[in-house]
Design a protein around this ligand. Structure first.
Ligand SMILES: CCCCCCCCCCCCC/C=C/C(=O)SCCNC(=O)CCNC(=O)[C@H](O)C(C)(C)COP(=O)(O)OP(=O)(O)OC[C@H]1O[C@@H](n2cnc3c(N)ncnc32)[C@H](O)[C@@H]1OP(=O)(O)O
Length: 242
């Protein structure tokens, strides 16, 4: 009897130790990840400012930062993994939609269609994303280090009120500007007849993506408004499971 109680205690202790090691590892990884991402987006901000001050125009700006942008935005895919394995308390779906829509914008719209890279709308979403990400990743970093300045917390949960709609406007105008080029070139499209007997029209796909902002964007926006109420005003919010 005594020995089984002892076994239980030993097992419990082992489990607790395992959990502690796991959470220490997760915290170390997240701290590294967030510092790397803050730095990446800060480098991008500085590169954009440097370009604009030197050249006095936004033309060519996208190309000058494209590699850094593609690297850091694509790397954000690991955030979906963070949610999936449970090291951050965020919905996989909400994070997935956010990250995938950004990656889609970068790789399948802006990067693929040279003719639209100098549109003002590209600069709009680039600036908006950069301000958002510098704020967001520095918030997570300071939070993990338990030294969170209030103005960063305030910025994280207020800037998005304006930046989110502005980002969406930039993205939608960019996709809209891409439509004629996509239609003319037939890029990423598959016409019949072909050996697979399937057709795909990227032009219509882009229109569907634009329309999908109507149901999806409000969900992300209201999610952030709920987070804001929780973090800034201490409201207890019961989130539905995925
Ligand atoms: C394939 C094609 C698909 C096309 C589909 C198209 C449709 C798309 C429609 C939508 C379009 C959106 C377009 C987007 C535009 C822009 O981004 S514009 C710029 C403005 N954007 C923003 O301000 C939003 C930025 N995004 C986010 O904040 C997130 O991505 C989020 C998922 C939307 C919300 O984040 P969430 O994690 O849920 O909230 P938080 O309050 O920040 O965190 C919750 C808890 O999780 C912890 N946490 C999260 N991440 C980390 C981390 N990296 N490190 C450490 N901790 C993390 C966080 O601390 C919180 O924990 P607690 O403090 O304990 O609560």
């Amino acid at each position: 009897m005594a020995s089984s109680e002892e076994d239980g205690t030993v097992e419990e202790k082992e489990n607790n130790n395992k959990k502690r090691t796991k959470s220490a590892l997760a915290t170390a990884w997240l701290t590294f990840y967030n510092i790397a991402m803050t730095t990446g987006w800060l480098v991008l901000a500085l590169a954009m400012m440097h370009f604009y001050i030197q050249k006095g125009t936004h033309k060519g700006l996208y190309r000058s930062v494209a590699r850094t942008l593609k690297f850091f935005q694509t790397f954000a895919l690991v955030e979906v993994g963070h949610c999936a394995i449970g090291i951050v308390k965020t919905s996989v779906i909400v994070t997935g939609v956010q990250v995938c829509s950004r990656i889609f914008m970068v790789w399948f719209v802006t990067n693929s269609i040279r003719q639209i890279q100098n549109e003002e709308s590209v600069i709009l979403f680039l600036v908006v994303w950069t301000v958002t990400e510098v704020t967001r990743y520095s918030y997570y970093t300071f939070n993990l280090l338990n030294h969170l300045p209030y103005f960063i917390k305030w910025a994280r949960y207020n800037f998005f009120i304006i930046l989110y709609p502005l980002g969406v406007v930039g993205e939608l105008f960019t996709i809209y500007a891409a439509l004629p080029f996509v239609r003319r070139s037939g890029m990423y499209s598959l016409r019949l007849p072909n050996k697979y007997n399937v057709s795909f029209d990227y032009h219509y796909c882009l229109i569907i993506v634009m329309l999908s902002y109507i149901p999806l964007f409000p969900q992300l926006y209201f999610h952030m408004l709920r987070q804001r109420r929780k973090v800034l005003h201490g409201e207890v919010i019961v989130e539905k499971d995925d």
